[in-house]
Design a protein around this ligand. Structure first.
Ligand code: LLP
Length: 424
């Protein structure tokens, strides 16, 4: 038994209509494989489910999870908007001809250069994190700019400390409990070049409790009501968790998303507040389960304490979440999926670091040199968090859609690695 989005046939792992082995042979390993159909289905699920008969709504893809030119095009085709958080993400969207009016520019320390770029590109909405960003932005404007203010409603969602964002000491946004936040909102509503459209919050990532999102929405609505804040748009951020392991139980999105909107509608009504547009920013829940990393097994080793290692041709440089967050992953041998998994391995890679762990404990058949090891749920925060540690070239990224396959990011070469070095 394995994760429900994993397909196997005749002892082989299938991705689209290809065996993983075929993809590995053709494109090499390590390889990030994205099932394009899965991504499109997730995007549609969000678009179709996050709707309400009266409230308007918008789904904004959080591009930090996974971004390339091809991904921007896909997101545009599926009718989602785009959240970018840096000049680099903004530039990628621009170069992909993404509709800039549907871009939301985030970040807690936007530079003047990044803000200028956003203004030049006519970015639809800038999400201000603090007052100094406003002071940087104002001199750059020649026409009114739509902005949201990021606030911190102090909700504690159960997730890893590094991906929880609204504890009271979080670096993001301004606390709803701080009077200075109200003073800034007041200023935003008075600035002639600022079209203040509302509030943004994001309570963390990989969240499994629907309750946290209801609480977030209620807290924000009470804040708006208590202080009579003129809000047209309320952006609740992302954070919907996904299954990395069989026991993970994500929120059932197709029911939850509509219910959340209905709850917001009723809460607004009961406070006699006007209807407002509600937005969400899913990242991980759109791409994580669409991604599989394929590795080739090199050697194995058993220590004198009987610990079994399987060495693959990738590393923490393409898979940082295990060592960074203690994240757990599911794997199997893609070319021998029906073989009995009777050996406990630690899956590790090539990096010169004891923390170079891809999976701490994986039950697999006895691994042989040349086997293809597939690690699931690597579509989000893998390619985007990859590095060149040990001068390891980044893997290629391919999109598979049924019987179509295309490279969307080329494998890095050694030449790429010295591209910016001076001294040849
Ligand atoms: N909106 C804002 C303002 C965010 O900060 C984030 C994520 C999202 C949306 C999307 O959250 P998602 O739906 O993907 O959970 N590198 C970490 C995750 C960091 C998330 C940061 N912000 C990881 O690998 O788990």
């Amino acid at each position: 038994m394995t994760l429900d989005y994993v397909n196997t046939q005749n002892g082989q792992l299938m991705i689209g209509h290809f065996t993983a082995k075929q993809l590995a042979d053709r494109f090499g390993t390590p390889l990030y494989v994205i099932d394009e159909k899965y991504v499109r289905n997730q995007a549609r699920l969000f678009k179709d489910s996050f709707t309400h008969p009266i409230l308007s709504s918008e789904v904004i893809y959080a591009s930090k999870a996974f971004l390339t030119l091809a991904m921007c095009k896909l997101i545009q085709e599926e009718g989602l908007s785009l959240d970018v958080v840096s000049g680099g993400e903004l530039y990628t969207a621009y170069r992909a001809n993404f509709d800039m009016s549907r871009v939301y520019f985030h970040g807690n320390n936007k530079s003047e250069e990044e803000l200028r770029m956003a203004v030049e590109f006519n970015v639809g909405t800038i999400i201000l994190d603090n007052e100094s960003e406003l002071d940087l932005l104002l001199p750059l404007l020649s026409q009114p700019q739509k902005v949201l203010l990021r606030v911190n409603p102090g909700i504690e969602a159960h997730t890893h400390e590094y991906i929880a964002t609204t504890k009271n000491d979080s670096k993001f946004g301004l606390s709803t409990a701080d009077p200075a936040t109200l003073a800034l909102i007041e200023r935003l509503t008075r600035e002639p070049m600022i079209d203040f459209s509302g509030l943004h919050a994001h309570i963390g990532s990989q969240i499994f409790e629907a309750e946290s999102f209801y609480k977030e929405a209620e807290t924000l609505i009470h804040f708006i009501f208590d202080h009579r804040i003129p809000v047209r748009e309320l952006n609740l951020g992302g954070g919907f968790g996904v299954a990395y392991m069989l026991e993970d139980q994500p929120i059932y999105l197709s029911e939850f998303l509509g219910s959340l909107l209905e709850h917001i509608f009723l809460t607004l009504n009961s406070h006699s507040l006007p209807n407002m547009k509600i937005m969400i920013e899913p990242g991980r829940s759109i791409v994580a389960n669409a991604g599989t990393t394929l590795y080739t097994v090199g050697s194995t080793k058993t220590t004198i304490n009987h610990k079994n290692y399987v060495f693959v041709d990738g590393s923490m440089a393409d898979h940082i979440r295990t060592v960074l967050y203690g994240a757990h992953y599911t794997a199997l041998l893609a070319n021998r999926v029906d073989d009995i998994c009777d050996t406990k391995y630690t899956v590790t890679g090539k990096a010169c670091e004891s923390g170079d762990i891809i999976i701490k404990e994986a039950f697999l058949p006895t691994c042989e040199k040349g086997d293809i090891l597939a690690v699931f749920s690597t579509g989000a925060y893998h390619y985007t968090m990859s590095s060149n540690y040990n001068r390891l070239p980044r893997p290629a990224v391919i999109f598979v859609h049924d019987d179509h396959v295309r490279i969307v990011v080329k494998r890095e070469t050694y030449q790429d690695l010295i591209r910016n070095d001076i001294g040849e």
